[in-house]
Design a binder for this molecule. Structure first.
Ligand code: TRP
Ligand code: ZN
Length: 462
């Protein structure tokens, strides 16, 4: 209300009276929508703008779980905007500006609505700064395991992971995979044994006045669900792939040294990925291995997946494969999740074929025989609660094996590499994928899609 009064110039009042909302005065915007119509997660993401860059500057006190931050968000308006939303869960908004001028902030559930001082023209790049503070919260997912995400307090530190929605527990964002952006994540913690680990590369580490600041940079676009922050007494080890990609592996001391040899194989797994999927898509690689109590599942957080020790060794290949499939080529909507998980499981099958003398055909037949994989079609999860259920993973991988059988060995691997290359650093849908495979192979694969991708029923034979 206060903002409305402030912006009611005589010209505006006249426009309102005449019902004309586009008089070339710059006062013609509409609010951006409070969601992007994701078929599974209605509230996630926001309409009306496209984020280019997030600069997060955070300070964390592990003794009190208190987080204080500013998020500087550079975005381009995709419509004339009178107001727009960000997704934010919990925390207190202490203030917000758009292009340096105070913006009115309103909260309703996980929606933060900002009404800038004046409308933003379509096509214009604008800068929003949100200051916030409080105790970030853990989010419980709708899946059967009631998976925890968002902000997780750990022994002496914290771990932030965000698939599908948890990044809004620690910063405001356009929280949907369709809007990828680059990130600078700068975090200050008390001086001492704690380290801060995040996506991308460490740009600086400085200690002053009893506090240490770590600045991490993600140079390639990242979906918000892949943003990660880990604060703990981690042991880092640097290495490099033969192709020159810097690798940082990070291990929680509670994990011990039992898996050191396996973790040291990360550069070779990345090289194997390059052979099969094409050039590694990011300017660094790595992994964080954490105690089982910290996280119940592995997650492919960009450049450095988080892996609880019980998920080793299998998830190492799976999460590294996600760097191509999911992180570089990102689903357009949550319904397209099989493009992530199907490829990551199929990567495991190829790995077993290459190193464990288990042909992919054998993995395929085992997945085919398992009834829990047939609950629903991989390209059509029936609800948000089922987006990470077995059919998405194993029927997804079966689709890829059927393509391999249909097009033959060499064309199949050209398709896999071509798909990763063609959609590098962007978004793609299931329809984009089927069209790409048909174009590349020159084959009409309608029946394959109908049966394996969209079909409800299990075929009589594999
Ligand atoms: N993507 C994770 C993996 O590598 C699993 C996962 C965790 C997930 N949370 C999710 C998948 C939410 C889909 C949605 O297997
Ligand atoms: Zn996965």
């Amino acid at each position: 209300m206060r903002t409305l009064v402030r912006t009611l110039t005589p010209a505006v009042a006249l426009l309102l009276l005449t019902g004309c909302t586009d008089g070339g005065t710059g006062v013609h915007g509409k609010p951006g929508s409070a969601g992007v119509r994701d078929p599974l997660f209605r509230g996630l993401g926001n309409g009306g703008y496209d984020v280019q860059h997030y600069a997060l500057t955070l300070a964390y006190d592990p003794d009190t779980n208190h987080l204080k931050g500013t998020a500087e968000i550079t975005a381009r308006a995709t419509q004339d905007l009178s107001a727009f939303n960000l997704d934010l869960h919990g925390l207190k908004v202490d203030g917000a500006t758009v292009d340096g001028k105070e913006a009115a902030a309103n909260r309703a559930g996980d929606e933060l609505t900002l009404r800038p001082h004046r409308d933003i023209d379509k096509g214009k790049t604008f800068r929003t700064v949100v200051s916030y503070s409080g105790e970030p919260q853990t989010i419980i997912d709708e899946d059967e395991e009631k998976s925890k995400e968002g902000w997780l307090e750990t022994e002496g530190g914290a771990l932030a992971v965000g698939e599908p929605s948890g990044s809004m527990a620690w910063f405001p964002s356009n929280n949907h995979p369709s809007d990828k952006a680059t990130y600078d994540i700068t975090v200050t913690v008390p001086e001492g044994p704690l380290r801060v680990i995040s996506n991308g590369e460490l740009m600086k580490k400085v200690t002053t006045g009893g506090r240490t600041t770590y600045a991490w940079k993600s140079r390639q676009p990242m979906a918000s669900y892949l943003a990660m922050l880990a604060i703990g007494e981690y042991r880092p080890t640097e290495s490099r792939t033969s192709s020159g990609v810097p690798v940082l592996t990070v291990v929680d001391p509670a994990v011990g040294t039992k898996h050191a040899q396996l973790i040291a194989q990360v550069p070779e797994i990345v090289e194997w990925g390059e052979l099969n999927f094409g050039p590694y898509p990011f300017s660094s690689a790595g992994v964080i291995v954490v105690p089982n109590d910290d996280l119940g599942y592995a997650l492919e957080t960009q450049t450095k997946p988080v892996i609880p020790v019980k998920e080793l060794p299998d998830s190492l290949v799976h999460e590294i494969a996600h760097q191509w499939f999911g992180n570089s080529v990102t689903p357009r909507s949550w319904k397209d999740m099989w493009l992530n998980e199907g490829f990551a499981v199929y990567a495991e099958w190829i790995w077993h074929e290459d190193f464990d003398a288990t042909p992919a055909k054998q993995s395929f037949e085992a997945a085919f025989a398992d009834d829990k994989n047939w609950a629903f079609p991989p390209a059509d999860p029936p609800s948000a609660a089922k987006v990470s259920d077995d059919p998405v993973y194993y029927r997804g991988a079966m689709v890829l094996h059927k393509i391999r059988q249909a097009v033959g060995e060499k064309p199949f691997f050209e398709i896999v590499k071509g798909w990763a290359t063609e959609h590098r650093h962007s978004n793609a849908s299931t329809a984009d994928f089927t069209a790409y495979v048909e174009k590349k192979s020159g084959k009409d694969l309608t029946e394959l899609w109908d049966t394996w991708l969209y079909g409800k029923d299990k075929p009589d034979t594999p």
